[in-house]
Write a protein that binds this ligand. Structure first.
Ligand code: SAH
Length: 228
């Protein structure tokens, strides 16, 4: 076996272990979500020097002060978004592109928006190299959503917001789900699911989480202190 094949086999084993230890053991039993987590190689989305940590149970730095989310969180959010194969999904906060690659396994099409142009460009390249063709990476302020392609069956926000951006609620299809970390602390939020039924929106709390701040017109100001 070549060194490259050996490395790949080790990473495959690490991924299988992560799925049992960090997902299934913590209650993620949704077979479609587990299938998506099995299909995407997280090592392709982490910086080269961190490849051996690709299946660690935590976020990892990806540069520009941002992180690739912890696998458990990616799976939990994908599950909470209740994605069907025909769904059109918006992700806010592309980062490494990993979350988008997982959503792309579950949905028909994914639009993902990133405010930092260098990260968007990098993620676009990684997704293309990984053979992911149903993700469209765009650059801009995702607190305003991406009206061009609205409405969405699901919107997943991967940065912590001080509240629920009205623009995102407005871009949900009837029956659509918006999953986002919301809270008045810049670090430390409540994972929140907003569901649209006709004109009504209902909210559920899904537990405590920690994300980098969502920065934009309907999010945090770049240097704003905590609200509470
Ligand atoms: N889903 C990513 C997680 C990235 S961390 C992954 O799997 O790697 C959150 C990302 O949200 C960061 O890249 C940050 O730059 C981005 N972000 C913060 N505010 C944003 C905004 N208003 N619009 C779009 N992206 C934003």
């Amino acid at each position: 076996m070549s060194n490259k094949d050996k490395k790949e086999t080790e990473l495959d084993e690490a991924r299988a272990t992560m799925i049992e230890r960090d997902l299934v053991a913590r209650g993620i039993t949704d077979q479609r979500v587990l299938g998506a987590m099995r299909a995407v190689r997280r090592e392709h989305y982490v910086p080269a020097k961190l490849v051996e940590h690709a299946y660690d149970d935590n976020p990892l730095p990806i540069g520009s002060g941002q992180t690739i989310s912890q696998p458990y969180i990616v799976a939990a959010m994908a599950h909470a978004a209740e994605i069907s194969p025909s769904d059109r999904v918006l992700e806010v906060g592309t980062g490494s592109g990993y979350g988008a690659a997982v959503l792309a396994q579950l949905a028909a099409e994914v639009w993902t928006i990133e405010r930092l142009a260098n990260l968007a460009e990098y993620a676009r390249g990684v997704l293309a190299a990984d053979g992911v063709h149903n993700v469209h990476v765009v650059t801009g302020d995702g607190t305003l959503g991406w009206p061009e392609e609205a409405p969405y069956d699901a919107i997943v926000v991967t940065a912590g917001s001080p509240g629920v951006p009205a623009a995102l609620q407005g871009q949900l299809a009837v029956g659509g789900r918006l999953v986002l970390p919301a809270g008045t602390k810049r670090r430390g939020q409540t994972l929140t699911r907003v569901r649209r039924s006709n004109g009504d929106f209902s909210r559920e709390d899904l537990g405590s989480v920690t994300f980098v701040p969502l920065i934009g017109e309907q999010g945090w100001k770049p240097d704003e202190p905590e609200l509470a």
